[in-house]
Design a protein around this ligand. Structure first.
Ligand SMILES: CC(C)(COP(=O)(O)OP(=O)(O)OC[C@H]1O[C@@H](n2cnc3c(N)ncnc32)[C@H](O)[C@@H]1OP(=O)(O)O)[C@@H](O)C(=O)NCCC(=O)NCCS
Length: 321
C-alpha cells in the first residue's frame, strides 16, 4: 500500500539489492503485461553486477524507509547513460521517477560527462514525455538483435587471427590492452572509455572481453556478459559494448568482431544478444547479413540532441538499457 509520506532519495544499500531487483522485474513485467511479471528477464541480473562496479551509481527512492524505486547511472568516460529506471507499480504517476531523475542528473553533472542517453519504449507517450522534461530528445531506434551461433562440435585448429580473451593476458598485457581499447573508443567519440566496464567483468568474472588484432594492432573489442548472476544469465551472451576501429576497413573489422563474439558465445553454449543504434547504418546492415534478427527495439534519447557516437561511420554495439 502506498501512503503519502515524504519520499527520500539516496544511494542504494547492499541490503536493498534483492528488493531492487524484484522491483525491476515487477515494474517492467507489469508495464509489458507479462502473465507473471516477476519472470521478466529470466535469470539475468541487471542490478547486482552494476551495483558492484566503480563506474556505476545506483540511486534509490524510499518512503518511510521502504524501497519503492531505483535508477542506475553508468559512466563510460565522457558519456553517461541511465537505466533501468523503475518504480513500484502502486507508486506510479506520483513523481517518484522524477525524483530519481533529478538525483541522476546531479550525478551526471558531478561526473562532468559531455553527452548522456537512455533507451526507452518509443510507443509510450509517458516515457518519452518524462525524459523530455530532463532535456532528452528521441533520435534513432536501437535494435536489440540476437543470433544463436552453431555449436562448437569438432575441435578445430586455432586460426592465426583467432580472437584473444583479456582474461588470458598477463597483468601488464591487460593494462596495455585496456589502454588500447580507450584509444580506440576515444577516436570514435572524444573521451569515450570502457575501462570501468572492462575491469568490472574481469573482477566479477561475469563474462569475457574479446579482442581482435592485426599484426599486434587492436582492431576491435567487445565486453560479453554471460554466466550465473551476470547481465546475460546462463543462456545469453549479452554484448554490453563492442567497437571496431574506425576508418578504411572498419566494416570488415566489425565483421570479425561479430565472429569473435559468436565464437565466445558458442564456447559457452549461449545466444548472442547485441544492440545497435540504427544511425550506425552499415553496422546494422552487417549484423543483419550475419544472420542477426531484431527481437525488440527501443528509441535512443540523447542530451544534448546531437549524434554523439550514433553516426553512420561508427561500428559500435551497445543499447544503453
Ligand atoms: C516509467 C516509470 C519509471 C515512471 O515512473 P513514475 O514514478 O510513474 O513517473 P513520474 O510520476 O515521476 O512521471 C510521470 C511523467 O510522465 C510524463 N507523462 C505521463 N504521461 C504523459 C503523456 N501522455 N504525454 C507526455 N508526458 C507524459 C509527465 O511528464 C509525467 O509527469 P508530470 O505529470 O508530473 O509532468 C514507471 O512507470 C515504471 O517503473 N515503469 C515500468 C518500467 C519502465 O518502463 N521503466 C522505464 C524504462 S525506460
Amino acid at each position: 500500500m502506498s501512503t503519502n509520506r515524504p519520499i527520500k532519495v539516496g544511494l542504494l544499500k547492499q541490503s536493498e539489492l534483492e528488493e531492487a531487483g524484484r522491483i525491476v522485474r515487477l515494474a517492467f513485467g507489469t508495464f509489458l503485461g507479462l502473465p507473471n511479471p516477476l519472470d521478466f528477464m529470466g535469470d539475468r541480473n541487471l542490478m547486482t553486477p552494476r551495483w558492484r562496479s566503480t563506474h556505476v551509481k545506483v540511486i534509490a527512492a524510499r518512503e518511510g524507509g521502504r524501497l519503492i524505486g531505483s535508477n542506475v547511472a553508468t559512466r563510460w568516460g565522457s558519456f553517461g547513460f541511465f537505466g533501468p529506471l523503475t518504480v513500484l507499480p502502486e507508486y506510479w504517476d506520483r513523481g517518484v521517477a522524477q525524483r530519481l531523475l533529478e538525483a541522476t542528473m546531479t550525478i551526471f553533472d558531478r561526473w562532468g560527462v559531455r553527452h548522456t542517453g537512455l533507451f526507452t519504449f518509443p510507443q509510450s507517450a509517458k516515457h518519452v514525455g518524462l525524459y523530455q522534461k530532463f532535456g532528452y530528445w528521441p533520435r534513432y531506434l536501437t535494435a536489440i538483435m540476437t543470433r544463436t551461433p552453431e555449436a562448437n562440435t569438432a575441435p578445430q585448429a586455432k586460426p592465426a587471427n583467432a580472437p584473444a580473451l583479456l582474461s588470458a593476458f598477463t597483468k601488464s598485457q591487460r593494462e596495455q590492452a585496456i589502454q588500447a581499447c580507450g584509444k580506440l573508443t576515444h577516436k570514435i567519440d572524444k573521451g569515450l572509455d570502457l575501462a570501468g566496464e572492462i575491469r568490472a567483468v574481469l573482477a566479477q568474472r561475469t563474462g569475457g572481453v574479446v579482442l581482435t588484432y592485426t599484426r599486434g594492432v587492436l582492431d576491435a573489442f567487445a565486453v560479453c556478459l554471460n554466466g550465473p548472476g551476470s547481465e546475460g544469465g546462463e543462456k545469453t551472451c549479452y554484448v554490453k559494448f563492442g567497437a571496431a576501429r574506425g576508418g578504411a576497413g572498419a566494416g570488415e573489422r566489425f565483421d570479425k568482431l561479430l565472429d569473435a563474439c559468436e565464437a565466445f558465445a558458442s564456447s559457452r553454449g549461449a545466444t548472442v544478444e547485441a544492440g545497435v543504434n540504427l544511425a550506425r547504418e552499415d553496422a546494422y546492415r552487417r549484423m543483419r547479413s550475419h544472420g542477426y534478427r531484431v527481437t525488440m527495439q527501443g528509441v535512443a534519447m540523447q542530451s544534448p540532441h546531437a549524434d554523439g557516437f550514433n553516426r553512420a561511420d561508427v561500428y559500435v554495439i551497445d543499447d544503453w538499457r
